[in-house]
Design a protein around this ligand. Structure first.
Ligand SMILES: NC(=O)NC(NC(N)=O)C(=O)[O-]
Ligand SMILES: [Zn+2]
Ligand SMILES: [Zn+2]
Length: 468
């Protein structure tokens, strides 16, 4: 075999199962060929007939690149909110090697093959990390779903309540029936924004309350809205074999309902991962709580909302009990003027893609979790959701060498000059986070080093007609 091999060394190499001193061998195509323990490293070097470049991270942990399966890039159409260059350079700086773009907020939305191609063409040549794409299910586009699958979308997102943008209308039960029918047998996944309007009489009239207080917004979207949505979805689950995923679970109260639905599907012999019923939560729900949100600061506003401390602790418990499958950013930025002090009127969405890994590690390390938790919840889980498990998400032979040298013991302060998102507004300004990304590699190639993103974007679009 000719060609340049790379050998990445670390005293703390993190696989799905172990942390040990060893090395990762990467071939000239950027694929991992071997994962070696310390004894085998010496042997491999001695016996290798290949030219080898050794990249020694020393005490820095070597982890799999993070897969963030929930990112709104907004280009084209709302490029002032976020674009491919800025979002993917923030991702690279944050140890993320794959993002998956959500189908809404860009214009047009990713709801037809033509629209997907428009989006992919605006991304092409401008991505520093690999980018996958979600399609959207909206009113009346069921006939477009199969061709979007054939083009390579990872799955579909739909809304059960207004999405915040007119061009992405929420679906009714009738639309869902058509969508499930179109997706049956494809292996694709339908992801739900699971909030359903609650019209019960005991709902607080938030119009009479101070709109700058976060509590006012929080009370306008009670856990009941999430429960109602999950109840509707689980009613569908008995009628379909399609994989279902719940995005951004906020209320811990829905987790037992999902668990029950999953158990029923598994008992019925459903052989998809997790019985085809999966759920994610987000860094903001695991890092923040409603009581710490200052008045008039809508950079904390997202839907569903950040809830109280007790809810946050329950989400952590469910995550560690394997009742939630992954943690993602739901990076959904906008221009500063849309983040006004009125929490009822401001845009709902939190910007954070660059900080997900360190946000998670700040919390996880304080809870005595080890580095394998990062791989499990931030890489393996999202990769599996998106059908990328044979390419992305872990350090093992056959997968892309998407690797990060990460110092888990060092801390940093979030300041606006280090933020690479297009708009710098984020709830995390001034916070001290634990865990610093030193270097990020995509398919074995350096894409970020010590504060600098390497020019010449090397990312691929994970679509059939755009790869290579
Ligand atoms: N239109 C949006 O970007 N919505 C997003 N906004 C949030 N989560 O606040 C989402 O994922 O629902
Ligand atoms: Zn959503
Ligand atoms: Zn989102």
């Amino acid at each position: 075999m000719t060609g340049q091999y790379k050998l990445f060394l670390s005293k703390r190499l993190v696989t799905e199962k172990e942390i040990f001193s060893g090395g990762v061998v990467v071939n000239e195509s950027g694929v991992i060929t071997d994962v070696l323990n310390q004894n085998d490293v010496e042997k491999w070097i001695a016996e290798s007939k290949n030219k080898i470049e050794v990249i020694d991270g020393g005490e820095c942990a070597l982890i799999a690149g993070v897969v963030d399966s929930h990112v709104h890039v907004n280009e084209p159409g709302r490029t002032a909110w976020e674009g491919f260059r800025t979002a993917t350079s923030a991702a690279a700086a944050g140890g993320i090697t794959t993002i998956v773009d959500m189908p809404l907020n860009s214009i047009p939305p990713t709801t037809t093959l033509e629209n997907l191609n428009i989006k992919a063409n605006s991304a092409k040549g401008h991505v520093y990390v690999d980018v996958g794409f979600w399609g959207g299910v909206i009113v009346g586009n069921d006939s477009s779903l199969r061709e979007l699958i054939n083009a390579g979308v990872v799955g579909f997102k739909c809304f059960l309540c207004p999405s915040g943008v007119d061009e992405f209308p929420n679906v009714s039960c009738k639309d869902l029936e058509l969508a499930f029918k179109a997706l049956e047998g494809t292996g694709s996944v339908l992801a739900f924004h699971a909030e359903l309007e609650d019209d019960s009489s005991d709902k607080k009239d938030t119009k009479k309350q101070d709109p700058e207080e976060y509590k006012t917004y929080l009370e306008s979207r009670p856990p009941k809205m999430e429960i109602k949505a999950i109840t509707l979805i689980t009613d569908f689950l008995v009628k379909t074999n399609v994989r279902v995923h719940i995005v951004h679970v906020s209320s811990a109260a829905v987790v037992p309902l999902l668990d029950k639905a999953r158990a029923a599907r598994i008992a019925a012999g459903h052989d998809a991962w997790r019985g085809g019923v999966t759920a994610e939560t987000c860094h903001h729900y695991l890092s923040l709580s409603a009581d710490e949100i200052p008045r008039g600061h809508s950079e904390y506003k997202c839907a569903p909302p950040i809830r109280d401390l007790d809810n946050k602790e329950k989400l952590w418990k469910y995550l560690l009990d394997d009742k939630l499958d992954m943690v993602v950013s739901d990076h959904s930025p906008c221009t500063p003027e849309l983040k006004c002090s009125n929490n009822l009127e401001a845009w709902g969405g939190i910007s954070s893609v660059q900080f997900g890994l360190s946000l998670f590690w700040t919390q996880a390390s304080a809870r005595n979790l080890d580095l394998k938790s990062i791989t499990k919840y931030l890489s393996v889980g999202p990769a599996q959701l998106c059908g990328l498990q044979n390419r992305k998400g872990a350090i093992k032979p056959g997968l892309d060498a998407d690797l990060v040298f990460f110092d888990p013991d060092e801390s940093f302060v979030v300041t606006s000059d280090i933020i690479r998102h297009k708009n710098k507004l984020t709830p995390y300004i001034g916070r001290v986070l634990k865990g610093v990304v030193k270097k990020t590699y995509l398919r074995g190639q350096l894409i970020y080093a010590d504060g600098e993103v390497i020019e010449q974007p090397k990312g691929k679009l994970l679509l059939k007609s755009f790869e290579n």
